[in-house]
Design a protein around this ligand. Sequence first.
Ligand code: ADP
Length: 190
Amino acid sequence: MKYFILFGPPGAGKGTQATAMVESYKLCHISTGALLRNEIAAGTELGLKAKALIDAGELVPDEVVEGMIESQFNTVKGVEGFLLDGFPRTIAQAEVLDKMLAKKGEAVTSCVSIMIPDAMIMERIKHRATIEGRADDAKEETINNRIKTYHEKTEPLVEYYKKAGKYNEIDGVGTIDEVRTRIFATMDKF
Ligand code: ADP
């Protein structure tokens, strides 16, 4: 099994590119953001707790998303691998993921990182807000806090995966097709 991590700041285009990646490489797409939004829509207790944090631009607790990932690993069958989108988002989550995979005799295949400059993050999210209507895209304050959270908690993962020799950075500036071509060129190596 292949385990690809789709990494990048909010608004980098992970969700957009994930669709093409899972189709072409027969992967199961696991987006922790989408799973959490499903919980919110279903009005579960977990969803209620997550909503307050997400709307503030904070992360939900590590254990919550780790549990979601593990249950997906245990239930999804008939794929050639997984595309993890939005997970891991902290060093602690990355360590737990490594342990989860080691127990199965598996390991992360590659961290595919889509990079865009900070100035473009705000622009892209504001554009998405007009299309998708996500609550966490609506307020500038929330977006700013998500960018801050990204730099503080998530960006250290770049070094984590570089050290492991698994970091592959893609320039996220360009058209959707251009970025997809760059991503596929990297994925073809694995
Ligand atoms: P984006 O990539 O646009 O920031 P996501 O859809 O990946 O958005 O996630 C939306 C929100 O869900 C995040 O801002 C965060 O609050 C929460 N979330 C998603 N994944 C995780 C995670 N792995 N750990 C903690 N919180 C998460």
